[in-house]
Design a protein around this ligand. Structure first.
Ligand SMILES: [Cu+2]
Length: 258
């Protein structure tokens, strides 16, 4: 017979209780000061951003953004085939982390990120903030959840848990709230960090983390790039024939690319 229990639950959009998530394989995160972090890199504030003429001229849509711009990739030109670029189209929303540090006890080995979902009381020149929760998912890593809260106005004066905090690859950013996450920058790659609500991701709610670019360049030998090149060539052949498009006379791309 089933012997699990049913507990009271809330209809609010929320995660498992923070206190109940205790990793068995323990991590201790090098401590950082949130005020200092804030001075170095302001929080990533999630909001709606107007992008005129996208995807078609005279369109005037609102897109979700996470970084400086809503993500909008060129399907024919993926990041992995552009690793020698010194800069990228701002629509690729590349965020660099070029640490070469290997000591796990050194804070510079770690990436710390503060993400907020401000409510309408916060004003930004480029974004409109609306109350919404976002389940945020990071590729390439588990992250430590140093803090999770409902009120982003409390930043940066919120306590952080460094001693074996919960570890996730998705965490809910509560409406009006914040997340503070940390991951060990030990995995060269271009990793998307995005909202897992499909239409938010589709309309740009993502950044791309370029982690250890130099090591990534060295790893991605011609041999390893053979398969990405093969499938991209196939795509380009298909795409160059507009009779294949769902909308042969208009714009094809109606999605951010993730
Ligand atoms: Cu979302």
């Amino acid at each position: 017979m089933p012997n699990t229990f049913r507990e009271d639950y809330s209809l609010a959009c929320r995660d498992e209780n923070y206190e109940r998530l205790e990793p068995i394989y323990k991590w201790n995160i090098p401590e950082v000061n949130l005020t200092a972090l804030d001075a170095e890199q302001p929080p990533y504030d999630i909001g709606l951003q107007n992008e005129p003429d996208r995807p078609a001229p005279a369109d005037n849509f609102l897109f979700w953004s996470f970084g400086k711009n809503p993500l909008w990739l060129n399907f024919s030109n993926p990041t992995i085939l552009n690793l020698n670029n010194a800069s990228f189209d701002p629509d690729y929303v590349i965020v660099y982390d070029n640490t070469t540090e290997n000591d796990p006890n050194n804070p510079s080995r770690w990436v710390y990120m503060v993400i907020t979902a401000p409510d309408t009381s916060q004003v930004d020149s480029k974004k409109t903030f609306v109350p919404a929760a976002h389940p945020l998912h990071l590729h390439g890593h588990d992250f430590a959840l140093l803090a999770q809260g409902n009120d982003s106005s409390q930043l940066p004066n919120v306590p952080l848990k460094f001693d074996n905090p919960p570890r996730r690859d998705v965490a809910l950013l509560p409406s009006g709230g914040y997340l503070v996450v940390a991951f060990k920058a030990d995995n060269p790659g271009t990793w998307v960090f995005h909202c897992h609500i499909a239409w938010h991701a589709s309309s740009g709610l993502s950044i791309q983390l370029m982690e250890r670019q130099q090591e990534l360049v060295e790893m991605m030998t011609d041999e390893r790039l053979k398969e990405p090149r093969r499938v991209c060539d196939n795509w380009n052949t298909w795409f160059s024939d507009t009779s294949n498009h769902w909308n042969p006379n208009g714009p094809f791309q109606d999605d951010s690319g993730i």
